[in-house]
Write a protein that binds this ligand. Structure first.
Ligand code: FMN
Length: 240
């Protein structure tokens, strides 16, 4: 059977294993812990969000691959992170965020390849959604060019102020949904990215979804094992 067809077939309800949640196993953490000094972000939602209506944002949304030279302001980055993964309620086993996710599992860690954000050295960062903070993972003045190469030489990627990279943590969702969770990873990632599109429109910035990348190289770049955590989707973004 074709692998895609088999995936669809074997993730139908009659084939699913009993979930770890229903076996009363403990839930995984709501967010992957991260060592390192945390950088506070301006509290969202901020005035950087402007006052664009949802209707206007939807109407104007486009995939944008050309960015201006102005750095992104920290308030703007804060807004984009909030709109795509911001936590509004933290429960014992789930979070409520600005985007939907099956069962409130939110099975992603957000990495940022920052090239031009005012006040932040170029390099790789991670967003701590629970506390709305960043952690710097390493400095890298060539991060944009490196990422463009990983994205199968899509050169425009290098001109983004910041690239959002969403890494899937499958067990966060599979704990509740067993094999069915693998469908939700890809569906949930779409919601996150689309929210980023609309949030960009609100501040006259732009972004473009990217799924053409070398998976193994990108996972190494992010120091992910490619099994328990792997890059699933990314979006270069910046002022227009
Ligand atoms: C799942 C997905 C993957 C995509 N991957 C890429 C990509 O690797 N490179 C790229 O330039 N655009 C990529 N795009 C953007 C599409 O090409 C774009 O959405 C399409 O051309 C329609 O244009 P619009 O978004 O402006 O309506 C991707 C879009 C989606 C939804």
């Amino acid at each position: 059977m074709n692998i895609g067809r088999e995936f669809y077939e074997k993730t139908k309800y009659p084939y699913l294993s009993q979930s770890d949640q229903s076996k009363e196993l403990p839930p995984p953490p709501l967010e992957t812990p991260q060592d390192g000094p945390a950088i506070d972000l301006p509290q969202p939602p901020t005035t950087a969000a402007g006052n664009t209506s949802v209707a206007n944002g939807i109407n104007r949304r486009r995939s944008r691959r050309e960015f201006g030279s102005r750095p992104l302001a920290l308030e703007e980055l804060s807004w984009l992170l909030w709109a795509s993964q911001g936590v509004q309620e933290k429960g014992e086993i789930r979070t409520v965020r600005t985007v939907p996710s099956a069962g409130g599992r939110h099975p992603f860690d957000t990495y940022l390849a920052i090239a031009k954000v005012a006040g932040l050295a170029p390099g790789l960062y991670r967003y701590l959604a629970l506390s709305h903070q960043l952690v710097s993972l390493r400095e890298d003045p060539e991060i944009g060019a490196r990422l463009a190469e990983i994205c199968l030489n899509q050169e425009w990627v290098a001109s983004a102020a910041v690239t959002f990279i969403w890494a899937a943590v499958p067990y966060r969702s599979a704990w509740r949904y067993s094999e069915r969770a693998w469908r939700y990873l890809f569906l949930d990632a779409g919601h996150v990215c689309h929210s980023l599109y609309l949030a960009c429109e609100a501040i006259r910035a732009g972004c473009c979804a990217v799924n053409a990348f070398d998976d193994d190289t990108l996972n190494r770049f992010l120091d992910l094992d490619g099994v328990n955590r792997f890059a699933i989707y990314l979006a270069p973004a910046g002022p227009r």
